[in-house]
Design a protein around this ligand. Structure first.
Ligand SMILES: [Zn+2]
Ligand SMILES: [Zn+2]
Length: 444
């Protein structure tokens, strides 16, 4: 049965809608206060010291066994509560170098130095402050209701998600060896794709794998008035950019998700000088490993062929400098957890999500053989969302200087859904949970 079919059946039942349940309300004001604090005090990827300290201190006072500085500023908080499954819930810790233009009374005015020593504005433009506040509310509910679950709960604060190195650093620093390897890993992400108060679920691929590729084309520079004495890398580069467009339109099977974007083309300094070199920067996205290989092979082939056709002095240099794997939601886990969210939030607040071509280094955790469930958290102000829909406009996306989630309903939905999912998983035995899952983590 597909998720959609499952939710359609569930829609015929009437459930109570405890979207602002009492236990969520008891932790809400602390969680919201933390949200406002984090929002006004964002920290750059790899520099989340104060943020991590705030999270670690609060978790410790709730009774969690907390280890700090795991893979940089990573936080690992464990609560053992009898025998049962081990479940991990992640939040990210980092913010972005964006100047906040939301006009909110609690807008960030923070600045800091980036790794190159430049002064940059800072903003939680991806909503990680909301994820942290939600995790803290959830941590408090779980700590106050230990009779409602059994097993081991691992809460982690992951640094450097935006630079897609934090998850790997935590793994390399022994996240699954110094601490217990979980049976299941969970995460959520907010966006304006959905109104606040709602969540979205999805089985299978949720985020794409991403590869950053740099192509350096070697020409022969000279006077702009004497092109016959040169080999013009601008012309070779321009042809390369256009030829690369034919990969997704002509080579990849229709229906397969694939993106090849040339995000920058750097060449030259002055209008009458033909430069020696040109450089292209690409982002390459897909879900399946075979499509990923097809894209990268085609890019190399086309880049070399265009340089050859243009008479370049040598083959282009093709560098593959950053990558992350696709995030794959274990289908059996999604089938199990989607119906859990319906009574928690109300059927109208659980939507079927769509896979996106964005990327997430959460895949580093799941590729260690841990089945995962990564769900969406609505962030949009419901009124603005409806207005935008009616006028055919789109709301500011994550990373925009105008990104302003409607935090109160989103936070309540985040805590409610995390608690519901954790309680479902932290019931029964670890063996039964493992048997119940399809063991498809890392199947991408
Ligand atoms: Zn982001
Ligand atoms: Zn994010």
């Amino acid at each position: 049965m597909t998720l959609l079919a499952l939710l359609t059946i569930l829609a015929t039942f009437t459930f109570a809608q405890p979207s602002s349940s009492k236990e969520v309300e008891t932790v809400y004001s602390d969680a919201y206060a933390l949200y406002l604090d984090l929002h006004q005090n964002p920290e750059l990827s790899g520099h989340e010291t104060q943020t991590a300290a705030k999270i670690a201190g609060r978790l410790r006072s709730l009774g969690y066994e907390v280890t700090e500085r795991v893979g940089g500023d990573g936080v690992v908080a464990i609560m053992k509560n009898g025998t049962g499954p081990t479940v991990m819930l992640r939040t990210e810790l980092d913010a972005l170098p964006v100047e906040e233009n939301t006009g909110l009374p609690y807008a960030s005015k923070a600045h800091s130095k980036d790794d190159a020593g430049h002064d940059v504005p800072l903003m939680h433009a991806c909503g990680h402050d909301l994820h942290m506040a939600s995790l803290m509310g959830t941590a408090a509910v779980m700590a106050h209701s230990k009779e409602s679950w059994h097993g081991t709960l691992i809460l982690i604060g992951q640094p450097a998600e935006e630079t897609i190195i934090g998850a790997k650093k935590m793994i390399d620093d022994g996240l699954f060896t110094r601490f217990t390897k979980p049976d299941v890993a969970l995460a959520l992400h907010t966006s304006n794709e959905l109104p606040a108060g709602k969540v979205s679920v999805l089985a299978g691929y949720r985020y794409a794998n991403a590869d950053s590729v740099r192509i350096t084309i070697y020409g022969k520079g000279g006077h702009g008035a004497a092109p016959h004495t040169t080999i013009d890398p601008v012309v070779i580069g321009a042809r390369t950019v256009l030829a690369l467009q034919s990969i997704t339109s002509r080579e990849v099977k229709p229906g397969e998700a694939a993106v090849v974007t040339v995000g920058y083309f750097h060449a030259g300094t002055k209008n009458n000088i033909i430069p020696d070199q040109a450089e292209l920067g690409l982002t390459v996205r897909s879900y399946k490993p075979q499509i990923r290989k097809q894209l990268l092979d085609a890019i190399a082939r086309i880049a070399k062929a265009e340089s050859l056709a243009g008479g370049a002095v040598k083959d282009p240099m093709i560098e593959h400098y950053e990558s992350t794997e696709a995030v794959y939601n274990d289908p059996a886990l999604s089938q199990r957890l989607a119906p859990v969210l319906v009574p928690a939030l109300g059927r109208q607040n659980v939507a079927i999500g769509e896979p996106v071509m964005g990327s997430e280094d959460f895949s580093y955790f799941t590729n260690q053989g841990v089945p995962s469930f990564f769900f969406g958290l609505g962030g949009a102000d419901p009124q603005k969302y409806d207005q935008a829909k009616a006028s055919g406009q789109s709301m500011p996306s994550n990373h925009s200087s105008l990104f302003a989630p409607d935090a109160p309903p989103a936070l309540r939905a985040g805590i409610t859904s995390e608690v519901a999912v954790l309680r479902n998983l932290l019931s029964g035995s670890a063996e039964d949970l493992r048997k119940n899952l399809a063991k498809t983590a890392g199947a991408n």
